[in-house]
Structures are given as structure tokens and as C-alpha cells.
Design a protein around this ligand. Sequence first.
Ligand SMILES: N[C@@H](CCC(=O)N[C@@H](CS)C(=O)NCC(=O)O)C(=O)O
Length: 229
Amino acid sequence: MIKFYYNTGPNPMKIALFLEEANLDYEAIPIDTRKGEQHKNDYLKINPNAKAPTIVDGDNIIFDSNAILLYLGEKTNKFMPNNDLKSKSELYSWLMFVATGIGPYSGQSVHFQHMAPEKIKYAINRYTYEAERHYNILNNRLEKNEYMLGNTYTIVDMAVWGWTRMIEKVIAVGELDKRKNLKRLMDYINARPASKKAENIAKINKHNFKIEIDEDASKHMFPQNERLK
Ligand SMILES: N[C@@H](CCC(=O)N[C@@H](CS)C(=O)NCC(=O)O)C(=O)O
């Protein structure tokens, strides 16, 4: 059975969605990053980046949500485009666009708006601008394509869903409504039973993650602040 190490952040949620969509047997194992579980030696052996998600599938260990999506897509041959180079050129381009663009810019945009100890105008402007630009690219792509890779729902749509769920925190309230094509994709995924199960994964498994970001949680999640002291 696949072991799925997760928290309820946008990156693990992509994997919860895939596991539910593909109806795979899995064991959900909480990594409470606010309690510092990502820095424990046993976890670092499977995820040297000290973040969630990670999966362990027999002898195979895969970390980074986008790599995991690709692995699970290839393993099951589900939610993948056709197996030809033309289809793969689109798969690789858009999956990497989400992995290296949507993810990091969204993350930093949330960080500087909502988590940083001081509000730095330059950083907030830089990251919200880049986040807006990236979500506009998704919206434009979805104007002529029902899904990110054309006519079928794939792992790239799941990767997009993970972060777009947070768009109001990433940019501002009302930002999904401004992007009608992206909203159409989100409405489609949000209406699926798999996304509802994914969203409720902690509740279903009775995992109680720490909610507050107190001083101890900050130390685990934002260790760079220690250097400012
Ligand atoms: N590139 C990684 C990023 C993973 C990541 O940032 N995970 C967040 C949850 S969405 C996390 O575990 N944060 C805890 C921390 O930063 O300590 C991926 O896509 O898997």
C-alpha cells in the first residue's frame, strides 16, 4: 500500500486528489510541519527538502508534489495525456510551469502578505504581480482548451487545482471570478467526489494538525528568522 506523508497545504492536496481520483489504496501519514515533524531524521531520509508531500511505494520513494503526480500517472496510466512526444511536450511544459512558477510565486506571495513579520511593499508587489501574471497564463490557456492539456482531465489540472484553491490568499478576494476559464476548471474539479475527499483527508483520518502559528511553529517553518535575532 502507498504511504502518503502529508499536511493540508496546497502541494500535498494535489496528491490526495490523485489518490482519490485513481481510487488507490493508501495510508495517510500526517507530517505536522507546525510541530516540526518535517525536520525529524526519519522523515529527512525520505524527503531531504523537509516539506510535504512524500510517498513511499514499496522500494520507491518520491518527493515533490509534481514529481509524485508524474510518478503516479505513469504507474497507473491514469489522468495522463497520450504517450507520444507531442502530447508529452505539452505535459512537461505545463507541469513544470506549475511546479516552478505557480507554486513558488504563490507561496512567496502568501508568505509576504500574510506571514512575514514586516509588510515589505516591494516584496508584496513583486510576488502578487508575478502570481497574477502566472494565473493569467493559466486562464488564457484554458480559453481554447477545456483542460490544461486539451480535451482530457489530467495530472496538470490536479497540479493547478492545488494552488488555485488558495488564490484569494495568494492574490486577493475575487481573483478567481476575474478569470472565468480558470474558474470553470475549478468548478469542475471542486464538484468531483475525489476533491471533496481530498479536502477532508485530515478529518476522515482523524488527524488533528496544529492550527496556530505560534513562536514554536514559526521556528520550524521559518527558520531563517532565527538569523535576524
Ligand atoms: N516543491 C515542493 C514544495 C512542498 C511544500 O512547500 N510543502 C509545504 C506544504 S504546501 C510544506 O510542507 N511546508 C512546511 C514547511 O515549509 O516547513 C512540492 O511541490 O512538493
